[in-house]
Design a protein around this ligand. Structure first.
Ligand code: SF4
Length: 317
């Protein structure tokens, strides 16, 4: 996107805010050293090298943003949630359905309505052979209606808040990115909701966007920094900007990508992977980290630390 796009006609104020945020004159875009990707990879691999003997390249250890977010929270809770397993439900499926519909809106040549997009997304997801397809085929009418309604809300808000995405901005939805470390023993992987723009040479130009419901949480910043690191190692040029877009409030929250931010992210990723591998192999004990999420933790009834934390912080008038 360029500053020439900043005043496209017939934008509502929310759309104009997105344009103002995402656009930047070429002269203001940062230029990065072409060696940066090698330096970041070398630093990651150096920190993770002690794990080499514990990992098998034929059975890679996968690390996602969700795993990293969990390991930097309460490790006991993370293990309890992993043990409980994942199940599709209306709350776990609504984001996937909405993102699929948004993906179709971005690439559609016509102007389908939000309802048409959601119905098409549901139809496609119900026939792709995945575990979600199985859920969609067998859920009852009430769940299906609720799922459709919640996805429709998200898609409508996206279309209201975002300007129409011109092809020259190179919009890409659900873009996957992965980085293999230590000869394939560790795979860092991510999937960005929406990317716009492109780099030119070593000048940054891409913007990575995660679409969120609800409000801000610090882990949202960490998620995007992780994506920025993957993108930098993959491409050699960092994104110019990473941003969470909060659909319910119509509010973007953006952060410029700098070398310092990427170096901090390397440290966070390395520390997280070290703990994840240690827990997976039973060589370290899980740590308790009491905090606000104790309120929704499945372990709370048996966790003295969590209950003490809530007693202390909920003792208002
Ligand atoms: S209640 Fe809190 S401290 Fe205890 S396991 Fe759950 S998140 Fe961790």
């Amino acid at each position: 996107m360029t500053s020439g796009d900043l005043h496209a006609p017939a934008m509502n104020p929310a759309q104009q805010q997105v344009l103002d945020l995402l656009g930047a004159p070429v002269s203001e875009r940062p230029v990065f050293d072409a060696e940066l990707r090698h330096q970041l990879r070398a630093e990651l691999e150096s920190r993770l090298a002690p794990l080499t003997g514990d990992l098998d390249p034929d059975d890679p250890f996968f690390v996602s943003k969700h795993k990293l977010g969990s390991i930097h929270g309460c490790e006991v809770r993370m293990l309890a949630e992993e043990a409980a397993g994942f199940e599709w439900s209306v709350p776990t499926a609504r984001g996937t359905v909405a993102h699929k519909a948004i993906e179709m809106s971005v690439h559609s040549r016509g102007e389908p309505t939000p309802s048409e997009l959601v119905d098409e997304a549901l139809a496609r997801l119900a026939n792709d052979g995945s575990t979600l397809a199985e859920f969609l085929q067998h859920c009852d009418d009430a769940d299906r209606i609720e799922l459709r309604g919640e996805a429709l809300d998200r898609v409508t808000k996206f279309l209201e808040s975002f300007p129409p995405l011109a092809a020259r901005w190179r919009p890409v939805t659900e873009s996957r990115c992965r980085v293999e470390l230590l000869d394939g023993r560790i795979i860092l992987s991510g999937k960005v909701d929406l990317s716009l723009g492109q780099s030119k040479g070593t000048t940054a130009g891409k913007v990575l966007i995660d679409l969120k419901t609800g409000g801000f949480a610090p882990v949202h910043l960490d998620d995007l920094r992780f994506y920025a690191l993957l993108e930098t190692i993959r491409l050699g040029v960092p994104p110019r900007l990473v941003a969470s877009y909060y659909l319910d409030s119509g509010t973007p929250r953006a952060e410029a990508v700098t070398v310092a931010l990427l170096e901090t992210t390397v440290a966070r990723v390395a520390d997280g992977v070290e703990r994840l591998v240690g827990l997976a192999h039973g060589t370290v004990e899980p740590r308790l980290r009491p905090g606000p999420p104790c309120r929704w933790c499945v372990v709370l009834p048996d966790c003295d630390a969590g209950r003490a934390h809530l007693d202390e912080h909920d003792s208002g008038p």
